[in-house]
Design a protein. Structure first.
Length: 226
């Protein structure tokens, strides 16, 4: 069980998945918020039942699975509906993300949250305040021109659509404002692996230091017990 958690985030097409693979290759558990978001609305899950209760059976396919297209069309047409959906799902996703990270073996784990800069807590606080259990935040950063070109190539879309998709997220400045660490991902995979190796060494040292602090705080309290 780990007590040191790194938040991993970055804009669309910044290379988060490649960074995730590099951490996993070094034996680090990475919990993916997007994957968890899909898991919590599988048939039989309480979160799916809550969504149906709020939005009606019209958001289900014939096989009982969530009709993502129908739900997406509904919530993006109405801000209040979108916020209602977020209120149902985001707390569940965060709890499972936190539990997955805490139960991971090793000195530290990583929570990959693509929209960390855009996140809001139940109290309406944004960014880091929405994930108070993160010890550090690592932002994957690329120049917007590089991000734009990668997105067009990856998704086979035109420049205008790529621009709109980038504009729909937090700005580069907003993401960098919440960063403790920044990985500039504008090189090749070898450069990326070297950067992750350096971060891995840093995080292992920080996790060890935190563990020692926790131990030091417990020992004096136990010393007086008879």
């Amino acid at each position: 069980m780990t007590h040191y958690i790194i938040g991993l985030t970055g804009g669309i097409a910044s290379g988060k998945s490649a960074v995730e693979k590099a951490f996993v290759a070094r034996g680090v558990v990475v919990a993916d918020a997007d994957l968890i978001a899909r898991e919590v609305v599988e048939p039989g899950q309480p979160a799916l039942q809550a969504v149906v209760a709020r939005f009606g059976p019209g958001v289900l396919q014939a096989d009982g699975r969530l009709d993502r297209a129908a739900l997406r069309a509904r919530v993006f047409a109405d801000e209040a509906e979108r916020r209602a959906l977020e209120g149902l799902l985001h707390p569940v996703i965060r709890r499972r993300l936190h539990d997955t990270c805490r139960s991971a073996p090793g000195p530290y784990s990583v929570a990959m949250v693509p929209l960390l800069a855009e996140a809001r807590s139940e109290a309406g606080e944004g960014g880091r305040a929405a994930y108070p259990w993160l010890d550090r935040i690592l932002v994957i950063d690329v120049p917007e021109a590089t991000q734009h070109a990668r997105l067009m190539r990856r998704d086979g879309i035109d420049a205008a659509l790529a621009g709109r998709m980038i504009a729909a997220q937090a700005t580069r400045v907003q993401r960098l404002a919440i960063a403790d660490d920044i990985l500039v991902n504008d090189g090749d995979l070898e450069h990326l692996a070297e950067a992750v190796a350096g971060l891995d060494a840093r995080y292992r040292a920080l996790a060890l230091a935190k563990g020692q602090e926790n131990l030091d705080s417990v020992i004096p309290a136990q010393a007086g017990i008879r």
